[in-house]
Design a protein around this ligand. Structure first.
Ligand code: PMV
Length: 308
């Protein structure tokens, strides 16, 4: 038996605009993980067993061709040039699905690593990242690649589509609350809607994307300088700009407002939006109050993570 895991992630700045070539900043959430156990089996072929699904998936079945878990297994076997194996993959996850925390990319990364380990092959992060990106296309349609990159490298990244990865080193610590609206939302749909909006009204939407890009550049400087007040202000602004792209929702706006009233330094939706999660930047002094305010405003779950 071998085991592999991968973390969740949050996008601190720049989601959606990143699809249009703007930068984004994302960080791993190492305390929330997907775990994959690879166990040798008596049965022919590969079976995937997970509480995420009600059924057992058999990788050889043609009716699961579009399933991302199956696709992750098939792409990995191809990359490893393995034609036949008898295995069970047990997948467990602490990451809520369809909520902007990168559960899809994390599952794929854990599958790729688990299988590589099973066959005694250490794959470079770069190769794992490429495989996970291919699977991401099934979840997202036109993914920018930010999710797979931050999850595979498990480090804060400054990401620009098609450019070499830049790892970020922050000054000081940033304490984040991650609050779940409890409403699942498909990133693919939100990304598609932004695309339609952009095509319909490019002269109105382009400046919004441009300003998000500027916010991200300033946020990088502030994060590197340890200037959490500026980081917070930029979060509020990024949320407003995402709202202009129509990817916020009443639930997300309520949580962002609650965080503001309870003294958070900044807050914004994180990920695809329309539901899913938001993040709030807090301090030791404000964390309890903000957490309570988020729960009172409808958050079904609040995780805390420290980014350093
Ligand atoms: O919803 P998530 O966390 O998977 O984030 C997607 C981020 C987007 O910028 C909206 C899409 C992308 O491919 O970058």
């Amino acid at each position: 038996m071998v085991e592999a895991s991968a973390p969740a992630k949050v996008i601190l700045f720049g989601e959606h605009a990143v699809v249009y070539g703007k930068p984004a900043i994302a960080v791993p959430v190492s305390s929330l993980r997907v775990n994959v156990r690879v166990i040798e089996s008596e049965q022919d072929g590969i079976a995937i067993v997970t509480p995420l699904l009600n059924e057992v998936l058999r990788v050889d079945d043609t009716d699961v061709d579009n399933n991302p878990l199956v696709t992750a297994v098939r792409y990995t076997l191809d990359a490893l040039q393995i034609r036949q194996a008898n295995l069970t993959l047990q997948i467990t996850s602490q990451i809520p699905v369809a909520s902007g925390l990168g559960s899809g990319a994390a599952v794929s990364a854990a599958i790729v690593r688990g299988l590589a380990q099973q066959f005694g092959r250490a794959l470079e992060d770069e190769v794992v990242n490429e495989l996970v990106f291919e699977v991401e296309k099934l979840y997202h349609g036109t993914p920018s690649g930010v999710d797979n990159t931050v999850i595979v490298y498990e480090q804060p990244v400054y990401f620009v589509k098609g450019q070499p990865i830049e790892r970020l080193v922050f000054s000081g610590e940033y304490r984040l609350l991650i609050a779940d609206t409890g409403k699942a939302a498909l990133t693919r749909v939100a990304v598609g809607d932004v695309r339609k909006l952009y095509e319909r009204e490019p002269e109105r939407i382009q400046p919004v994307l441009d300003e998000i890009g500027e916010v991200v550049v300033q946020a990088r400087l502030a994060l590197e300088a340890g200037d959490s007040l500026t980081v917070g202000k930029l979060m509020w602004r990024n949320h407003e700009l995402l709202d202009q792209l129509t990817v916020s929702s009443a639930e997300l706006d309520a949580l962002v407002a609650a965080a503001r009233n309870a003294g958070a330094l900044g807050a914004k939706l994180s990920g695809g939006g329309r539901g899913g999660n938001m993040i709030a930047l807090v301090t030791e002094e404000t964390r309890s109050e903000v957490r309570e305010a988020l729960i009172a405003a409808g958050a079904v779950r609040v995780f805390e993570t420290v980014v350093a």
